[in-house]
Design a protein. Structure first.
Length: 124
């Protein structure tokens, strides 16, 4: 099983682009996640900076409703890969997000307004 759940804050606005190969929308960002199990030399909790990748409609949602400092909960899977750089093999790890929940400082509407004359509402 490959499953990860992280809660943290975006370190910057998500970098969004469209893949030239198949027109997939891709958003990448770094999530600052406090490490409550270890303190640094100042007595503060350490922070891990974890790379997150989201695709398609989830990438669009992240780009619309989050910004630097937004607190989110990410559920996904760990993905590792390697590439060559200057005759050296570089290993990378990132989380492929499958679900994101907005916690705080997100630009989402706080209230959903339902029109009063909507006859198709199932709970009238």
């Amino acid at each position: 099983m490959n499953s990860i759940i992280l809660r943290g804050r975006l370190t910057d606005t998500a970098n969004v682009r469209v893949s030239p190969e198949n027109s997939t929308l891709i958003a990448r960002f770094s999530l600052a996640v406090p490490d409550k199990t270890h303190r640094n030399h100042n007595g503060d909790f350490d922070v891990d900076f974890i790379k997150i990748v989201v695709f398609n409609s989830l990438a669009d949602t992240i780009s619309q409703y989050t910004d630097k400092g937004s607190e989110i909960l990410v559920t996904g899977r760990l993905h590792t890969y390697s590439y060559q750089k200057d005759e050296r093999k570089v290993y990378m790890s990132e989380v492929i997000a499958e679900r994101v929940e907005f916690i705080a400082n997100c630009n989402r509407p706080e209230t959903i307004i339902i029109p009063e004359d909507d006859d198709e509402l199932p709970f009238r």
